[in-house]
Design a protein around this ligand. Structure first.
Ligand SMILES: NC(=O)c1ccc[n+]([C@@H]2O[C@H](COP(=O)([O-])OP(=O)(O)OC[C@H]3O[C@@H](n4cnc5c(N)ncnc54)[C@H](O)[C@@H]3O)[C@@H](O)[C@H]2O)c1
Length: 266
């Protein structure tokens, strides 16, 4: 028996920008490896299909769907696709998230609104449609991908990112409280400093870390982690599988920090 045998999972933001393994794609793959049938949704149809195709190439079941997580109709379509294709919806990972640089003085109003739409409204909309489908099925598990930046200042000016992730943590707790009696569990994962394509792209775009200087930049980043190394996307995916599995059947409303100890000095 695998931990997620018989489950149907929906991953919103299942692609990886820049190739390799981001958190969303790793979640989709790990859920499949642990027994779930997976619906991979992404703004970019090709990235969603890439994730689903890699899952099928390993012999598991997955479909892909293009969808914008900031659009209610697209999130309804994603939930409907899971139910119509596989008959039910057991778990959902809300992974979409963008970093926009700036403190309150420098950040434009448009970027503030965009960050709140992509990072927060997305999870509100997907949960709005997924929770009734889960209740119809006796319950389910929602996993919101937050960040340790919801807890502390990380020495970088990302006011909108920090704020959206802090709001996501509390949305997780209150939604967990609201639907606990219906057996819908809602938890968040707070990744720390990671080695993912998203982190590398951000380092190049925002901090001038050229490909040649990336190793040096990465060593400095790893030095901020008490365990001494950067986590990868599967560290997040395995934590998400725990929340989706019956091992976590009495765990709800929690914000699990997965960061090699970085926030211990809070
Ligand atoms: N990678 C890290 O270092 C790190 C650290 C802490 C937290 N996180 C969090 O993890 C999540 C993303 O990690 P990742 O590595 O998978 O990133 P990623 O950028 O590789 O993947 C995110 C996917 O979401 C998709 N997406 C963006 N906007 C969308 C929208 N409106 N609708 C549907 N899909 C959309 C993108 O196309 C992309 O494929 C974010 O919530 C981020 O805040 C990441």
């Amino acid at each position: 028996m695998k931990r997620l045998d018989g489950q149907v999972a929906l991953v919103i933001g299942a692609g990886t920008v820049g190739g390799g393994w981001g958190n969303g794609k790793a979640c989709a793959m790990q859920f499949a490896r642990d027994g779930a049938k997976v619906v991979c949704v992404d703004l970019d149809a090709a990235l969603a299909e890439e994730a689903a195709a890699e899952i099928r190439a390993e012999g598991y079941e997955a479909i892909s769907l293009a969808g914008n997580a900031t659009k209610s109709a697209d999130m309804k379509a994603a939930v409907d696709a899971a139910v119509q294709t596989y008959g039910r919806l057991d778990s959902m990972v809300n992974n979409v998230g963008i970093v926009v640089r700036g403190g309150v003085v420098e950040l434009s109003e448009e970027d503030w609104d965009r960050a709140f739409a992509v990072n927060l409204k997305s999870a509100f909309l997907s949960m709005k449609h997924a929770i009734p489908a889960m209740i119809a099925n006796g319950g389910g598990s929602i996993i919101n991908i937050s960040s340790i930046s919801s807890l502390k200042y990380l020495n970088k000016p990302y006011v909108a990112y920090y704020s959206t992730k802090a709001a996501m943590n509390h949305m997780t707790r209150v939604t967990a409280a609201e639907y606990a009696s219906k057996q819908v569990r809602v938890n968040a994962i707070l990744p720390g400093l990671m080695d993912t394509p998203m982190a590398r792209i951000s380092a190049e775009k925002n901090w001038g870390a050229t490909p040649e200087k990336m190793a040096e930049y990465w060593d400095k980043r790893a030095a901020q982690v008490p365990m001494g190394w950067l986590g990868d996307a599967f560290d997040i995916a395995r934590a998400a599988v725990f929340f989706a599995s019956t091992d976590a059947r009495w765990v709800t409303g929690q914000c699990l920090v997965v960061d090699g100890g970085t926030t211990l000095g809070l």
